[in-house]
Design a protein around this ligand. Structure first.
Ligand code: 5RP
Length: 226
């Protein structure tokens, strides 16, 4: 199976984790694009989705799936039992690097709003230690160089994602050279630098369930509690 077929297999497996009749949180990326297509096949059981990016919103609407406003959903007390999204890397504790598609801020918001985070990946995304994939950091434009200097001070090599503006009007610095042995500590550190909107480390709120597609089928990895 090629990588795209594995992504589709992981997306298929996520359908079983959904709660029929409930709103679904939808991430961003090529794996999620498969999920959106598959979701369209069961749209009679999906009252709507909350979306993590303009790109996913457009795709959901094209597939006839209603896109709901997160503020209205929360104000109405409606649950979002499951958020489905991909990852750029995932470690054994189900901490992740995300943001390869630049949607990390809205992805983190939806992950926080949902009852459960289901991560869909092919096996190539599984690593022992996060950091081979450059870590995306969304920054307010005027703070770009200030944040870049702080990144260099902790041993990272920041690189501006050329020609890219996030859905929130900000920039992305992709940070190479980090071996992330303490994802939660690094997430907290970078998050509190002025000018940082979001760091693409998802450790404080990692995945609850990873559906990993490999040559032998789907492996379910659950977050250990306690
Ligand atoms: C987008 C993301 C994606 O989940 C991540 O980049 C994985 O993408 P793909 O499914 O295309 O491999 O975080 O911001």
């Amino acid at each position: 199976m090629n990588q795209d077929a594995l992504k589709r297999a992981a997306a298929e497996a996520a359908l079983a984790a959904l709660h029929p009749g409930e709103i679904v949180g939808v991430g961003t990326g090529s794996t999620v694009n498969h999920f959106i297509e598959l979701l369209a096949g069961i749209r009679d059981r999906v009252p709507g989705a909350v979306s993590s990016s303009q790109a996913s919103t457009e795709r959901l609407l094209r597939h006839g799936i209603a896109v709901l406003d997160l503020n209205e959903v929360i104000a109405a007390g409606r649950p979002i039992p499951v958020y489905v999204d991909g990852a750029d890397e995932i470690d054994p504790s189900l901490a992740m690097i995300k943001g390869g598609g630049g949607a990390l801020t809205r992805e983190k918001i939806l992950a926080a709003a949902a009852g459960s985070f289901v991560c869909i990946v092919d096996r190539s995304k599984c690593v022992d230690v996060l950091g081979r994939f450059p870590l995306p950091v969304e920054v307010v434009p005027m703070a770009r160089e200030l944040v870049a200097a702080s990144i260099r001070a902790i041993g990272g090599e920041p690189c501006l994602r050329e020609g890219f503006v996030t859905d929130n009007g900000n920039l992305i610095l992709d940070v190479a050279g980090l071996e992330i042995r303490d994802p939660l500590g690094l997430e907290r550190t970078i998050n509190q630098w002025p000018g940082v909107v979001t760091v693409g480390l998802f450790a404080a709120r990692g995945a609850d369930l990873a559906l990993v597609a490999g040559a032998g089928g789907i492996e379910r990895r659950e977050r250990s509690r306690g």
